[in-house]
Design a protein around this ligand. Structure first.
Ligand code: HEM
Length: 401
């Protein structure tokens, strides 16, 4: 029987390539247990693969991040919530969520994305040209990891890339745990305002880009609202940025530390997509993205969770659960890791997952093909890992070749 919180959240890592050691302790001891949150409140953590999928696939757990009782992962965050503001897709529940997701789903089908492949390849090649033409060592984060997903999502949405510094700066504020709540909110409002202005311009003569097509489609359905589309545009812009960028940097380091795994994709690029799945599992960079609020009592893993209680599904623990993955702490690109939960699970499962997979595949095949002598320009343990951000990754990755 659980009585009190033995752990504080977030928990500290001791190795940049592994979850906090407390995750295993929880998963193998009391797999659904209480943790103390930064604002003094508490929430349940759910740590086993099966239980994480159960929670994420059940309507008794709400994704409404603006609800006053939603678990606050950053001190003071709850106080800066605006329950009356419009919810973005990621914070919607049924029945609102389904139709909102369906409206944009067609933009992310494998078929649609395949049509973008040549352009993504061109973008990746251009960035690698710039890296190779620049000074040595160069920073992979600046030259490749950030610009690739950023250029791709900007082109898809029809957002001028020239404005990327503006929203990148604000996005970082939204993501950093140390940003004061008021500043986080102001950053959100600034990017939302930018997006609303951009959309207002597109309304006059909707162009053939994602936002333009949405205007036309939603107008035809009679459901068009500028603020709603601005929220969607903002979510896509933010969600498609830092996530993929950090996966590029972290996976590059992991490949370079595991030359035998790298040799396998070089010898057979047909293996790169499997390697991408394994990297997603191995790093699970947004472990806390899948918090929920219980809205109806439910038993999970033998523990009763009551309406009104917060739940953190620990995706990184689930993805290292030996019940779901053999030798889970080993990086093994041939394991077949597709059932990982790095993109979440259930109705909110990542909308951009196929795009992310394609970007990562193209980046790894091209980078290691074109720069076979690539290596980190500093000791891997000294690299600036993002221990203070909600999305794990690297601030810089100095490389040479
Ligand atoms: C949702 C991870 C890339 C757009 C999610 C969720 C996770 C996630 C864990 C679930 C959140 C929840 O259950 O509450 C990732 C990772 C990525 C990535 C690890 C890169 C490696 C992208 C990209 C885009 C994107 C490239 C868009 C271009 C979204 C959207 C949602 C979402 C719109 C919300 C879906 C919904 O609520 O129905 N992502 N994501 N993501 N992601 Fe991603």
């Amino acid at each position: 029987m659980t009585t009190a919180e033995k752990h504080e959240f977030p928990m500290a890592r001791t190795c940049p390539f592994a979850p906090p050691p407390a995750y295993e302790e929880i998963r193998e001891g009391e797999p659904v247990s209480r943790v103390r949150l930064p604002d003094g409140g508490w929430a349940w953590v759910v740590s086993r693969h099966e239980d994480v999928r159960t929670v994420l696939n059940d309507r008794r757990f709400s994704a409404d991040r603006q609800h006053p009782d939603f678990p606050a992962l950053v001190k003071g965050e709850a106080a800066s919530r605006r329950p009356d503001e419009e919810r973005m897709l990621i914070a919607m529940d049924a029945p609102e969520h389904g139709p909102a997701r369906k409206a944009v789903l067609g933009e992310f089908t494998v078929r649609r994305l395949e049509a973008l492949r040549p352009r993504i390849q061109e973008i990746v090649d251009g960035q690698i040209d710039a890296l190779l033409g620049g000074p040595r060592p160069g920073d992979l984060v600046d030259s490749l990891s950030l610009p690739v997903p950023s250029l791709v999502i900007c082109e898809m949405l029809g957002v001028p890339y020239a404005d990327h510094e503006f929203f990148q700066e604000h996005t970082v504020k939204v993501i950093k745990q140390s940003t004061p709540p008021e500043e986080r909110w102001a950053a959100m409002v600034a990017i939302q305002g930018y997006m609303a202005d951009l959309i207002a311009e597109k309304e006059k003569n909707p162009p053939d880009d994602l936002l333009g097509r949405q205007i036309v489609k939603l107008r035809a359905d009679g459901t068009y609202r500028r603020t709603a589309l601005a929220g969607m545009g903002l979510l896509l812009l933010v969600a498609g940025h830092e996530t993929t960028a950090n996966m590029i940097s972290l996976s590059t380091v992991a490949f370079l530390r595991n030359p035998e795994q790298l040799a396998m994709i070089k010898a057979d690029p047909g293996k790169t997509l499997n390697a991408v799945e394994e990297m997603l599992r191995y790093f699970t960079i947004i472990d806390v993205a899948t918090a929920r609020l219980c809205v109806e009592d439910m038993e999970v893993g033998g523990q009763l969770i009551r309406a009104g209680e917060g739940v953190l599904t620990l995706g990184y623990s689930a993805n290292r659960d030996p019940r779901a993955f053999e030798n889970p702490d080993e990086l093994d690109i041939e394991r077949g890791a597709r059932h990982h939960v790095a993109f979440g699970f259930g109705p909110h499962q990542c909308l951009g997952q196929n795009l992310a997979r394609m970007e990562l595949q193209i980046v790894f095949d091209t980078l290691f093909g074109r720069v076979p002598t690539l290596e980190p320009a500093m000791d891997v343990d000294e690299l600036p890992f993002k221990d203070d951000a909600n999305i794990y990754g690297l601030y810089q990755l100095p490389v040479t070749w």
